[in-house]
Design a protein around this ligand. Structure first.
Ligand code: NAD
Ligand code: UDP
Length: 308
């Protein structure tokens, strides 16, 4: 199959491109290199069935493909808040351009949505039926509301134009090929520990997240793309929930370091808890994560030890 991966040089995108290329699909990786790096996919450049295009999804693109994974969008709060207007454009115009392409060439298209559509959730764990509790005018809104409009567009293109859409809501995912300066918590803590710097815990570290190892997530994305007649939205994530303080301790136990904890102010609108209900993914995709946090952290530490 000919498969387009937007945001393919980013963290999750690079893993997905590697998997699809190794499965002998013709893979087109499209990226504007905002948070992606050529280094993330450099090993694929010599493959005949892999192609790299520098392009911004806010602009239309003409390609012939069978499937589109729309991952283009910075995912770290630090990076998506750097240019919030651009983040909205990437989410909304990117979705319109990629849905337009899917419509024209009759491709199936998957949207990388996010647990952020639930905002600071009032129900726990989060199920797909929950509509969320999102601040429309805060510093996270460019991302949260951008992703929510993208979901709206996906379902409108399904209803109005019969585009074969898939929507997955990804919960915090981590692993090798995150940027050392990505700004998200797992890479921050590991890099800080490896450098002997204090681990920056925001607030008291009592907020929770549920961390999914990237290989598990990619398996879920591929299953969702290739499951007929199911459009989602579907949660993909690891339901094992940890406080940020527990995560800091797990990292400190695994890295030989003198690092201590340093407390920083809690960012605005930071969700207090997050944990996916994955019953739907389990039923429809026969999917559940296989790598627990301790194992995944060790693999991620092994990666960062080589590059920082
Ligand atoms: P990432 O920042 O590492 O990758 C995003 C990629 O998109 C980068 O390569 C970046 O250069 C590219 N990009 C950004 N804006 C673009 C534009 N306008 N045109 C073309 N390319 C552009 O993030 P990631 O963690 O790999 O996330 C991938 C997708 O999954 C994102 O859409 C993100 O919102 C979603 N997601 C990720 C997580 C997670 O925990 N990693 C959670 C929820 C949702
Ligand atoms: N966080 C932290 N220290 C850091 C980075 C993040 O304590 O150096 C916290 C952040 O406040 C949030 C959680 O870790 O509660 C996850 O943050 P991240 O940016 O990884 O993703 P989010 O789920 O907030 O989008």
């Amino acid at each position: 199959m000919r498969i387009l991966v937007t945001g393919g040089a980013g963290f999750i995108g690079s893993h997905l491109c590697r998997r699809l290329t190794n499965e002998n699909h013709d893979v087109i990786c499209l990226d504007n290199f905002f948070t992606g790096r050529k280094a993330n996919i450099v090993d694929l450049l010599d493959y005949k069935n892999f192609e790299l295009i520098r392009h911004d999804v806010t602009q239309p693109v003409l390609l012939e493909v069978d499937q589109i994974y729309n991952l283009a969008c910075p995912a770290s709060p630090v990076h998506y808040q750097y240019n919030p207007v651009k983040t909205v454009k990437t989410n909304v115009m990117g979705a319109i351009n990629m849905l337009g392409l899917a419509k024209r060439v009759k491709a199936r298209i998957l949207q990388a949505s996010t647990s952020e559509v639930y905002g600071d959730p009032k129900i726990h764990p989060q199920t797909e039926g929950y509509w969320g509790h999102v601040n429309p005018i805060g510093i996270r809104s460019c991302y949260d509301e951008g992703k929510r409009v993208a979901e709206t567009l996906f379902f409108d293109y399904l209803r109005q134009n019969k585009v074969d859409v898939r929507v997955v809501r990804i919960f915090n995912t981590y692993g090798p090929y995150m940027l050392p300066d990505d700004g998200r918590v797992v890479s921050n803590f590991i890099v800080q520990a490896l450098k002997g710097k204090p681990l920056t815990v925001y607030g008291k570290g009592q907020q929770t997240r549920s961390f999914c190892y990237v290989d598990d997530l990619v398996e879920g994305l591929v299953r969702m793309m290739n499951t007929a007649g199911f459009h989602g939205p579907v949660n993909l994530g690891n339901p094992d929930e940890f406080t940020i303080m527990e995560l800091a301790k797990l990292v400190l136990e695994r890295v030989a370091t003198q690092s201590k904890i340093s407390y920083k102010p809690m960012p605005a609108d930071d969700p207090r808890q997050r944990k996916p209900d994955i019953s739907l993914a389990s039923k429809k995709l026969k999917w559940k994560p296989a790598v627990n946090l301790r194992e995944g952290l060790q693999r991620t530490i092994d990666y960062f030890e080589k590059i920082v």
